[in-house]
Write a protein that binds this ligand. Sequence first.
Ligand code: KG4
Ligand code: ZN
Length: 340
Amino acid sequence: MILLAIETSCDETAAAVVQGGREILSSVVSSQIAIHAAYGGVVPEIASRAHLQSIAPVISQALQDAGIGMEALEGVAVTRGPGLSGALLVGFSAAKAIASARKIPFIGVHHIEGHLFAPFLERPIDFPFLALVVSGGHTHLYHVEGFGIYTTLGRTIDDAAGEAYDKCAKIMGMPYPGGVLIDRMAQSGNPDAIRLPRPLLRDGTLNFSFSGLKTAVLQQTMKNPVTIPSQAADDLCASFQEAVCHVLAAKTEAAIRQTGAVRLVVAGGVACNSGLRLRMASLCKKLGVELSIPHPSLCGDNAAMLAVPGDYYLSHGLVSPLSLDVTATWNMDSIKESMK
Ligand code: KG4
Ligand code: ZN
């Protein structure tokens, strides 16, 4: 099927045209980062308005880049949730309008399902697999048995990994979103310079906690204020990145051992992180596990990733009714039931 995919759950307005749930014919991502940076984070109302302004041009661009018109579309896949309700509504309404006007089916997809299957846009992966999803809103370990069949093995009990990166960057005086900046500075820093906590490392669960780490960084900067750029700032970034990656790798290793997984997917915006990519590569080498981390362009929010589960569901006869609404929260473990 040739699908139009639309993503507007947070601060990227994105549209893509994907064939067969695999071949990206076009992928357009319009970021609102510059608009929100002035406020130090995403402002929901501003996000909705910016999506409204961008959605039509972004969809037109995706069709133009793919070299097709609306009449060539066979279905629409769109993020239904979780995310900011007002932001979700913009993409969801556009998807419904196109589906209704063109008389083609549409399917509302879980945003994290998109992240999970992003590596499939590069090559297919056999089920079952273990997945670590690390983004601005999620830090979850899932056992994935097939499309729609997910079991949460562990999750953050407070901040998500990306949220911790962004908050620590803010504490250090960097602009939003600071994850990528910390990553860059960490590469010139000493990861052993400052001893930061490894939260929940030995609690016997597969859960994560990052808010204490953020507090430790705050206390550290109050004790020893850092200026940017400086070696001290690079050292703090490297020490923070080391603490986050250590915990993510340790819990992922525990999950691999518990489940006997032979395949691991790492996805979401934080999967762009250079330290995490290296750490996961060496972990998988050590354990003999096949690792799939998508290219950084497919780790962050994009629409193409939604077309993978979207194509599967639509080609298996699962279609969302036009009466369906967005949902700000949505549990991955109950997806099969909630889509019926
Ligand atoms: O998946 P994503 O684009 O949006 C959500 O669904 O949340 O993830 C965004 C998050 C942000 O917190 C951003 O700072 C973080 O991913 N991020 C990074 C890097 N690139 C993006 N964090 C650490 N290192 C990076 N290189
Ligand atoms: Zn995301």
